[in-house]
Design a protein around this ligand. Structure first.
Ligand code: CUA
Length: 190
């Protein structure tokens, strides 16, 4: 190194410059580390947390009483005009096997499983959730047009998984309300 260069390198100005540079390098690294930590925390925290509103139900007592007793399954018109459909998914069927709902109505599906995890998916809609033993799965949907939708179980639940499916039948709202006048719980099981 020439005398001039080493003089320049050792000058107070150069030392200050390299000090400032190192400080900023540290700060920018810290900023990156903080961002990564925040993103990791947010992701892991969210994934590890249960849903904001969790309803629990004893899987071994579902059939004995309460909301998911057999006579309470199917579609019911609520006082506010919405429709609640209660269903069970168990190895290897859904009850009711055919669920009936009206068009242009807020539908609330409430479903549970007494045995293992099943899938609750309605084709042609964004309904896609899991039935986890011990919890009530609640999902809202609205159907615009009449028609049938297949509802295959989409979580592997055992040897009969492939054959586990149900159907959601959407019918005209007026027709549905007329049927509901005579029966408190509706299904389209034949
Ligand atoms: Cu139930 Cu797969």
């Amino acid at each position: 190194m020439s005398d001039d260069a080493s003089a320049l390198h050792d000058s107070p100005g150069a030392r200050l410059a390299s000090l400032v540079e190192r400080r900023w390098a540290t700060i920018s690294l810290l900023v990156i580390v903080i961002f990564v930590a925040v993103a990791a925390f947010a992701g892991i925290h969210q994934a590890a947390m249960p849903q904001a509103r969790v309803e629990m139900v004893s899987p071994t007592r579902l059939h004995l009483g309460g909301e998911f007793v057999e006579t309470n399954l199917g579609s019911a018109v609520e006082p506010d005009g919405t429709v609640t459909v209660r269903a069970l998914g168990q190895q290897y069927s859904f009850t009711p096997q055919c669920m009936i709902v009206p068009t242009d109505t807020l539908i609330t599906f409430r479903a549970a499983s007494p045995d293992v995890i099943h899938g609750f998916l309605i084709e042609g809609t964004n309904v896609n959730t899991m039935l986890v033993p011990g919890y009530v799965s609640t999902i809202h949907v609205r159907f615009e047009r009449p028609g049938d939708h297949l509802m295959p179980c989409q979580e592997f639940c055992g040897v009969g998984h492939e054959g586990m499916w149900a159907k959601v039948r959407v019918i005209d709202r007026a027709e549905f309300l007329k049927m509901a006048e005579t029966k408190p719980r509706l299904t389209c099981v034949e």
